[in-house]
Every structure is written in C-alpha cells, then in structure tokens.
Design a protein around this ligand. Structure first.
Ligand SMILES: Cc1cc2nc3c(=O)[nH]c(=O)nc-3n(C[C@H](O)[C@H](O)[C@H](O)COP(=O)(O)O)c2cc1C
Length: 199
C-alpha cells in the first residue's frame, strides 16, 4: 500500500480533543505520508474553551505537543490549496468534530470554504468522506442534511464514544473513538480495543 494523503478538518462543534487524538495518531502512523489540517475560524473559539489552546499560529505544535513531521495547516479561506482540486491524489477526508453548520454546507454543495470545497471534491471523486457530526438533540434540518450527505456518499460517523472498553479519562475515550474512525478508512491501530464476548 502506498502511503496515504489525508485531510482532517476541525470545526466549531464540541469535541476538539477527538481531533487532537486523530492528529496525534496520524503523525505516529507510518502508513500516512501527508496530513492536510484545516481548522475552521469558529473551531478556534471552541479549542480555546475546551483545550485552553488559543490562536492560529503554532496551533499544530500545541495540539501535537511536538513539531509536526507530516501535517501541514491550511486556512479555511485558502481555496487555492491542493486539496481543493480533484487532481490532488487525496485518499480521503475526516471532519472531526463536524458542526451542523459545516454539515449543512457540505450536504448542500456550497463549497464556499476550503473545508466545504475539499469535502465536495472528496465526494465527486468518490473518495471516503467521514463526517463525525456532533450536536444534541438533532432538529429535522440536521437529520435531512445527514441524509443528503449520506446519499452523496459521505459516511455519517457521529461522535459517540464507547463505554464497554471502560475508558479511564476523556483522552482514552477519544483515542478509542479515533481507533474506530481509522479502522473504518483501512488504518487499524495497534492496541485498539476489540470487543470479545465472554465464551
Ligand atoms: C463552546 C461551543 C460549543 C459548540 N458546540 C457545538 C456542537 O457541538 N455542535 C454544533 O453543531 N455547533 C456547536 N457550536 C456552534 C458552532 O461553533 C457554530 O455553529 C459555528 O458557526 C460553526 O462554524 P464552523 O462549522 O465553520 O466551524 C458550538 C459553539 C461553541 C462556542
């Protein structure tokens, strides 16, 4: 298998720690060559609230607690980035967490930001697009937009962590959710919890 090029978008829904764990897992995974990271403007507000990390500059270093080796950050307004074109050999895109606003933009093909455009391209090229939606409760617009996106080829992969692995903290909970996300795109992780029923 050739090393993968993946896009990770972080939007202003709750659950920034899930994206932080995803970025860390991808940095550590030798099967991944390049990660294109796009935080939305509004995600910065949520990151500050939830992780105590503020500002756009040096964001990756703060999230990874190290200098990135393979991850590059793009502004959400940078619509000329490589991932905005279907000619770039991307292997898929994960939006984690995915706000209802970004879900609406993607489901309706607005393509008015780098995140929405890269998702639009991912769908038109029939590549994997995972929308890790987060909101509760859902209104009918959210439900309709999830159906629209799923009909266009996206996988609705809600941020619903598992408890049967008995996570000791939110980091472990996020890491196990990320393990499920990565297994879904063909990157099973060492140490991932796998349910085994009692004999
Ligand atoms: C602390 C905080 C938590 C939020 N949590 C959610 C959420 O879980 N789901 C959601 O759809 N929006 C949530 N929002 C609202 C979004 O940030 C807002 O709708 C924003 O416009 C989304 O923009 P984006 O999709 O470009 O990131 C939250 C906002 C704040 C400040």
């Amino acid at each position: 298998m050739d090393a993968l090029n993946l896009t990770v978008a972080l939007t202003g829904a709750s659950g920034a720690v899930f994206c932080q764990e995803l970025l860390r897992a991808l940095e550590a995974d030798d099967r991944v060559a390049h990660v294109h990271f796009v935080p939305s403007e509004n995600s910065l507000r949520v990151i500050a609230e939830e992780l105590g990390v503020s500002g756009r500059s040096g964001l990756l270093e703060k999230l990874l607690c190290a200098a990135p080796a393979k991850t590059v950050q793009h502004s959400n307004s940078e619509i000329g980035a490589a991932i905005a074109s279907g000619s770039y050999p991307s292997n898929g895109m994960i939006v984690l967490p995915c706000s209802m606003g970004t879900l609406a933009a993607i489901a309706n093909g607005l393509a008015d930001s780098l995140i929405a455009r890269a998702a639009d391209v991912t769908l038109k090229e029939r590549r994997p697009l995972l929308l890790c939606v987060r909101e509760t409760p859902f209104n009918r617009i959210h439900l309709r937009n999830m159906t629209l996106a799923a009909e266009a080829g996206a996988v609705i992969f809600p941020v619903i962590p598992a408890f049967y692995n008995r996570p000791i903290d939110s980091t472990e909970m996020a890491r196990q959710f990320v393990n499920r996300v990565l297994a879904h795109i063909g990157l099973p992780q060492p140490g991932a919890y796998v349910w085994k029923a009692e004999e």
